[in-house]
Design a protein around this ligand. Sequence first.
Ligand SMILES: Nc1ncnc2c1ncn2[C@@H]1O[C@H](COP(=O)(O)OP(=O)(O)OP(=O)(O)O)[C@@H](O)[C@H]1O
Ligand SMILES: [Mg+2]
Length: 447
Amino acid sequence: MNASVLIVDDDKLTRETLSRALSEEYAVYTASNGQEALDIIGKGDKIDVVLSDLEMPGLKGLDILERVNALNNSPVVILITGQATIESAVQAMKLGAYDYITKPVNLDRISLLIEKSLENKRLKEENILLRARIRENYPLVNMIGSSPEMGKIMEIIRHVSSTAATALIEGESGTGKELIANIIHYNSPRSDKPFIKVSCAAFAEGVLESEIFGHEKGAFTGAVSSKKGRFELADGGTLFLDEIGDIPLGIQVKLLRFLQEKTFERVGGNKTCQVDVRIISATNKHLERLVSEGSFREDLYYRLRVVKIDVPPLRKRKGDIDDLAGFFLNKYSQIHNRHITGISDEVMAMIRSYDWPGNVRELMNCIESFVVLARGSQVTIDDIPDYLFSQCDVRHADDHEDGVLAEMERQTIMDTMRDTGGNKVEAAKKLGIGLRTLYRKIEKFQL
Ligand SMILES: Nc1ncnc2c1ncn2[C@@H]1O[C@H](COP(=O)(O)OP(=O)(O)OP(=O)(O)O)[C@@H](O)[C@H]1O
Ligand SMILES: [Mg+2]
């Protein structure tokens, strides 16, 4: 569908010239005054670009701009001005006009300008859509877990989201710290402003400082141009300082000053910058210990942990495992287009008893591999990777097929299975062998 352009000018000749020149490429509408233009826009025909004279009797170009700006999905406004009113046209750009063009109008230039403005509008719309999609990805409901520990965390998230308070999230690797930071931002009044992340462990000290605070041209060898830091990029939004425990003392001072005064200077610069940034930091280290060891400033620690969220490791909230497993099973079945409907009881028992040193991330990756590897519509013991067995797996290399020892082994296994009511996970534990070994033996002895 062609884009549509509305030409607004009280001069008939200009209207006609423009209309003729543009109608090959666009759906063209014309209006001889401001009111007529607003009527056309209000009628619901979608107008993409308004090309309006600045000076007209009645409503002026600026009035149209103002009314149009108030609309949802507003058209782009390009103003046409005489030499005498260039000043006002410049003013209009500050008020949101896309650009202006001077009379007499150069037809090639106006076509080019319209094309550029449409591209600009398309990018803006795309950006809005992308942001909305990101927000959809981080509703509170995406934080899975109904354990009391998780309940407490969600309660804090709910409270802290509505404020701009500085928050510190502590927890082992893979427990969901970054997810929590995202959820807080995308449920806060800043959600349509940027969420910027910087991983403090990922850079050498000098580089990290310029990543966070930016630098001026010539600040150091290689600084061929000035560069905005993440603080400036996050203006109005949230800066997520990940792995804050790794931040060098030199940068800690600068960060402390920002938290106290909201100001900083770029590296190599002397202009003081002021931004409105909410800070959320995270670490898998115990910051208080770093403070007592002297590698983290105490004053900074207190500034960062206005609100503190401690995320317990998965092994300390095993009640969340079932929910998480179900959630990831669903998610990866969809992503990999596989119809996996459940996980067998035996496998679930193993999942519950495993310690998950890599926490939710490890469980997530594990379930993804189940989904990909499952042979049937249910994940069964045969589908699961070796490492899951390893925790309690004591392998018996000297397998005996028959004789007294074999008979004793057979008898012991049968007794244990009876004692545990047929629960193989329990039986394997009691016998001190891995579940897979138990399966092998059951098969061998045809129990
Ligand atoms: N409660 C949860 N519900 C759903 N998904 C979760 C939950 N917790 C963590 N995840 C998922 O697990 C993965 C790891 O989480 P995340 O990256 O937030 O951990 P982290 O604590 O930042 O780890 P690290 O310290 O290693 O950076 C992510 O894909 C995240 O979406
Ligand atoms: Mg993380």
